[in-house]
Design a protein around this ligand. Structure first.
Ligand code: FMN
Length: 245
C-alpha cells in the first residue's frame, strides 16, 4: 500500500482539538491541494473562506448547532459553491449566466466542492493534521452568508475543522465492498448486508460511547432522513441566485 492510499484509508473524523495553530505553510499546501482537484469545465466552481478569528468561529459553532469542535479547532475552512467568477466572466463576454437557474448548477457546485474538500482532507491528514467536515454550516445559511459576506452566486456547502487531534479515535467501519461496488448493473439484494452492518456499527458505538449508545446505521440515518433536517437551505439557495428550476 503506498502512502497516499494509506492516508486515505486511515481517515477518521476528530471532534477534540488542541489549541495549536496550523502553520501557514501547511494551510497553503491544503488549499493548493484543494484547488488542484478537477472541476466541471474547468469552471472551478469552488472557493474557500478560512476562519481563524475565535469570536467568528464561536458564532459559527453556535449557528452549526453548538458543535464545540468548531470553537476548539484553530482553523475552520468553509467550502463554497461559487459561480460568482462565472458571473463576471459572463458579463465580460456580454452573455447571460443562465446555468444558475437550473438544478445542474447546484450539482456542479456540490461536486466541485466535494472533490476539493476530499483533496483538502487527504492533504491535511497526510501532514499529520486532523479534520471533521461540518455539513451543519447549512443549518442557518442566511447568517453564515452574512458573516462571511458572500455575494450572490456563492453558497456555503460544507465546513471543515482543521487542527491537531486531542483524542484517539477508532476507525469507523464502512459497508463491505459488495454493498457499494457493483459490476455492470446495480445489485439490489443488499438487505442482508445492511443487517450485518447494523450489528457491526452497534458494536462500534457501544465501544465508542462506553456503552451509552448502541445505535446502528439504519436507526441513525432513518431518524435523520425522516424530515428535511436543514429546511432553510432551499430558500437560501434561491436568495443566492441558485434558482433550481
Ligand atoms: C458532508 C459531510 C458533512 C458532515 N457534517 C458533520 C457535522 O456537521 N458534524 C460532525 O460532527 N460530523 C460531520 N460529518 C462527519 C461524519 O459524521 C463522518 O464523516 C462519518 O460519521 C464517518 O466517520 P469518519 O469520518 O470518522 O470515518 C460530516 C461529514 C461529511 C462528509
Amino acid at each position: 500500500m503506498n502512502e497516499v492510499i494509506k492516508t486515505l484509508t486511515n481517515h477518521r473524523s476528530i471532534r477534540k482539538y488542541k489549541s495549536d495553530m496550523v502553520n501557514d505553510k501547511d494551510l497553503d499546501m491544503i488549499i493548493n491541494a484543494a484547488q488542484s482537484a478537477p472541476s466541471s469545465i474547468n469552471g472551478q466552481q469552488m472557493s474557500i473562506v478560512a476562519v481563524k478569528n475565535p469570536k467568528t468561529k464561536s458564532k459559527i459553532a453556535h449557528l452549526c448547532g453548538d458543535q464545540k469542535w468548531i470553537d476548539e479547532g484553530p482553523v475552520f475552512l468553509v467550502f463554497l459553491s461559487d459561480f460568482y467568477r462565472a458571473k463576471i466572466g459572463a458579463e465580460k463576454n456580454n452573455l447571460d449566466l443562465i446555468i444558475t437557474q437550473n438544478t445542474e448548477s447546484t450539482l456542479v457546485g456540490a461536486i466541485d466542492v466535494g472533490l476539493a474538500m476530499g483533496n483538502a482532507i487527504a492533504a491535511a491528514e497526510s501532514l499529520g493534521l486532523s479534520i471533521v467536515p461540518i455539513g451543519a454550516i447549512r443549518m442557518n445559511p442566511d447568517e453564515i452568508i452574512d458573516i462571511l459576506d458572500l455575494p450572490e452566486y456563492v453558497f456555503p456547502m460544507c465546513g471543515l475543522v482543521v487542527g491537531y487531534a486531542d483524542e484517539e479515535s477508532a476507525k469507523k467501519p464502512r459497508f463491505p465492498k459488495e454493498a457499494v461496488y457493483h459490476e455492470e448493473t446495480y445489485n439490489r439484494d443488499i438487505k442482508h448486508i445492511i443487517d450485518k452492518y447494523d450489528d457491526q456499527v452497534s458494536e462500534y458505538m457501544k465501544k465508542r460511547t462506553n456503552g451509552e449508545s448502541d445505535r446502528n446505521w439504519s436507526q441513525t440515518v432513518s431518524s435523520i432522513y425522516k424530515s428535511v433536517y436543514f429546511p432553510k437551505v432551499s430558500p437560501a439557495l434561491k436568495k443566492q441566485k441558485y434558482e433550481n428550476k
